[in-house]
Every structure is written in C-alpha cells, then in structure tokens.
Design a protein around this ligand. Structure first.
Ligand code: SAM
Length: 446
C-alpha cells in the first residue's frame, strides 16, 4: 500500500474519535466519516509503520445509520465529528466505546452498566463557546479551527451552540472591521482581538468576553453601545487581557465593561453565578440529569460528610448539601471558589465550605473515617496518583466518580479496583455530534 493509492475497503469498527476502522490485509486504516458495515472507495492520505489514514472517495454500500448532516460546514470546520451518524447510533457508539476502553485499559469485565442518557434535541446545546479571530485578506474573520490546524474555517452558522451566540460573534467581527481593530496575529504576537468567549444560560441571556492581546480595547464605548443595542440579552461584557504566547484562551486579568461580570443560571431549583474563569458544565439539560444521578449514587444520609473534589463553582456541593450533614468542596481555581462561596449564599446553604487547593493535597487533612462519601469530577487528565493513594489510605466507603475522559477514568479505576467494587456505571451524552462521552461511576469499598 502507498500514499495516494485508491482501494476499496469495508468498515469493521470505530476508533474512539468515531473514525471508521478498516483492515485491508490486516493493516489498520482510519477513515473519517465511514460507518460500520459501509463499503467505500478510499484514498490513502497518510501511512505510518503501523497504521494509515484514508478519505472517502465514493460510498459503495451505505449504512442505515447514516444521516445527512444538517451543517454545511460538517467535515470542514473540525468541530463536530459524528454528525453523519443517526443520534441513536451516536449513543450506542459512545456507550460501546466507553465499555471497550474500560475493558482494554482497566481489564474490567462484566461491568454493571445502566445505559446512556441522551438528549431529546441534540443540537444548540453548548452554553459556552470560545471563538478565535484571525485576519484573512485584510478582513477580520471568526470561526473554528480546522482539524489539527490553527487555520480558521469561517463560521456562518453552528448547530451545537445557540444561534444568538453565532450572531454575536459575527457581529463582533463586523465591528472589528468597521472600527479597523486588528485581529491577533499569532506569529508576530501583534494585533488586538484573539477570541470571544460567550456563555449563555437557559433564559437565553449572554455573557460576552472579548479576549484581547492589548491592554486597551480600542473604541470600547462605541463597541459596548452597539452590542447592547443589537443584543439586549447580553447581560455582561468583559474584556480579558491575554498577551502571552499560548494556546490557553483566557489571560489572568478581567475588566468589566458592562453588567456584573458574571452570568446566573438556574439548575435543579438552585441559582448559580459563573464568572469567565470558572468551569461550568457546557450542557444544562444533561447536567441536571447527571447531577441527579450523582445524588442517586451518593444516596447520602443526614449524618454524612461529603467531600466534593474538583468542585468548580460548587454546583454538586450546593446541590447535595440539602441531603447530608456537611459538604466540603475543593477547587484549584481561586475565582471558581469565590463563585462557589457566593453560590452557597445565593441559595441560603450554610452547611458547605469551599477550600482553594489541590484535592490530592487537601484530602490528607481529613482524619480516618471523617469522609463518608467522596465525589470526584477531575479534568480530562483524571486524578493525581496522590489522590488515589489517599482514597485507599482514608478508606472512604463510597465514591462517585464523574469523568469526561474514559481513558483516564479506566486508568484510575484500575488502581482503585484492588480495594473498591464498581457498583454501577451510567454514560451521559453531554456532547452530541462530538465523540466525547461523560461517565458517572459508583464505587464501594470492598
Ligand atoms: C470537570 S471540572 C468539574 C467541576 C464541577 N464538579 C462541575 O460539575 O461543574 C474540573 C474542575 O477541577 C478543577 N481542578 C483541576 N485540577 C484540580 C486539582 N488538582 N484540585 C482541585 N481542583 C482541580 C478545575 O479548575 C475544574 O473546575
């Protein structure tokens, strides 16, 4: 086999990104947008020693799971990966991928899986978007990075974020052109606007963050006025200054130009305020379902002490507080802890406490037997080994592990499985049209 060769293949499986896996002469070739059971003529676009990549030239046999993606940019913009799959097939794919990864990495067999919880309408769900800006042919444009690239595919419409978020970003682009405010130039580290970050809530209210390379926001008054007039649903506008050479979107400093500097969201009968730097789950509908599952798994008694590790703005801690004696939330981002404390006050919850720090360090300050239930919801890299060690040393009876990365979850479960039994696993589709899946696991000490 050589690059640019055309061959006919049958798709046998998916990899974790939803690419079709074919094995001509037992050699794995990954093909974007090919579904299991489909036969296609493909072109080999890249070969390595152990595997290759192909692109579809012509579909010869088409799967019943294939749908026409509603988005005209699908396949070009690098955002959605599996919009060509019927939604029920997306759910089945995610659950199967999750189970396969847990089996492969953690050797967990006969897992007690309760299923996967999907959305009724799997579009327009993202409540936070970060949209980069670039200068192309003397015009400021915004869009999404093409797959594995820093080149922007210009955005016209997006089917996973609120339609108003798209309109706001495009309007900001027009203002930049009107006032001749340059987009950030990554190579020269010059120019002004790098990104906009837009958060929305279920009332369709918006927070707009303009991330600039410069300390000044040129024509700030005119920009804010135009945005306010055009979009009364924008409740707060913030300038974030980021003049570092980095892929991290937000810099450290925020300047509030309009409104309170945070956005409020109602969830499970509670109110939460979120500021630009704080983590908040990106899909409200699914977050309510996930947190109800956390409560069901935790099943706290009014005498229980719960630790909510990696607590973000304290959503899980505040939600669980009504059902137990005390909750302690631990979170590394100072601003998120400030939000978490404000959120406890906002909801008249007094039996929660929030600590700024690393979960893997703060957990050692609890005595043996003090923690009845531990909730852990780490970022994609999973738990620090020190935390897993502490869980075993402290003999915490019950753990609810929420994960957005099944590979690191599997690694951590493999470590814990010597002392803990997995009682139940539920998958949640927080990211329809994208291959990621959220997992909630109940573990009990053996
Ligand atoms: C996936 S989010 C979960 C937040 C929260 N549980 C929720 O549902 O909104 C992970 C959080 O862990 C925080 N974090 C990352 N590393 C940490 C560490 N070592 N100790 C404590 N918090 C950490 C991040 O800032 C982020 O807020």
């Amino acid at each position: 086999m050589v690059e640019r060769e055309r061959i006919i293949v049958e798709c046998l499986d998916f990899n974790h990104q939803g690419q079709g896996v074919c094995k001509p002469n037992s050699f794995p070739i990954f093909v974007d947008f090919l579904l299991i059971g489909e036969i296609a003529e493909i072109e080999i676009i890249k070969l390595t020693k152990n595997y290759g990549f192909g692109k579809i030239l012509k579909l010869i046999k088409v799967s019943a799971d294939r749908v026409k993606p509603p988005c005209p940019a699908f396949g070009k913009c690098g955002g959605c990966e599996i919009m060509h799959m019927r939604y029920d097939a997306q759910l089945a794919f995610k659950q199967q991928m999750g189970i396969n990864t847990l089996k492969k990495i953690a050797h967990l067999r006969n897992l007690p899986v309760s299923g996967i919880v999907g959305m009724d309408q799997p579009f327009y769900y993202r409540n936070k978007v970060q949209i980069p800006f670039q200068k192309v042919k003397n015009q400021v444009i915004c869009g999404f990075f093409k797959k594995n690239s820093h080149e922007i595919f210009p955005m016209e419409r997006c089917f996973i974020q609120p339609e108003l978020a798209t309109k706001i970003a495009l309007f900001v682009g027009n203002l930049m052109n009107q006032y001749q405010i340059p987009a950030y130039d990554e190579e020269r580290q010059s120019g002004c606007l790098r990104h906009v970050l837009i958060r929305s809530n279920s009332k369709n209210e918006f927070m707009l963050v303009l991330v600039t390379n410069t300390k000044e926001l040129p024509h700030a008054n005119q920009l804010i006025k135009s945005l306010q007039n055009e979009f009364p649903l924008i409740k707060t506008i913030i300038q974030n200054i980021n003049n570092e050479k980095t892929n991290v979107v937000l810099g450290k400093k925020n300047l509030v130009h309009m409104g309170s500097g945070f956005l409020r969201e109602e969830l499970l009968g509670l109110t939460f305020a979120v500021s630009p730097h704080s983590f908040f789950q990106t899909n409200y509908e699914q977050t309510s379902k996930l947190y109800r599952q956390v409560l069901k798994y935790a099943n706290p008694q009014l005498t229980d002490v719960i630790v909510d590790g990696y607590c973000g703005v304290g959503t899980i801690a505040v939600f669980l507080a009504r059902f137990c004696k005390r909750v302690v939330g631990i979170e590394i981002v100072k601003e998120a802890v400030q939000d978490a404390r404000a959120n406890a006050l906002l909801n008249n919850i007094s039996n929660v406490e929030f600590i700024v720090g690393k979960t893997e360090e703060e957990i050692y300050k609890f005595s043996l037997g003090e923690i009845n239930i531990l909730i852990i919801d780490p970022p994609r890299k999973g738990c620090a080994p020190q935390l897993l060690q502490a869980i075993i040393e402290k003999q915490i009876p019950k753990i609810v592990y929420v994960s957005c990365n099944v590979a690191t979850l599997a690694r951590d479960l493999a470590f814990l499985s010597s002392n803990y039994e997995i009682k139940d696993v539920t998958f949640f589709d927080m990211f329809p049209q994208i291959s990621d899946v959220e997992i909630c696991v109940l573990l009990q000490i053996t």
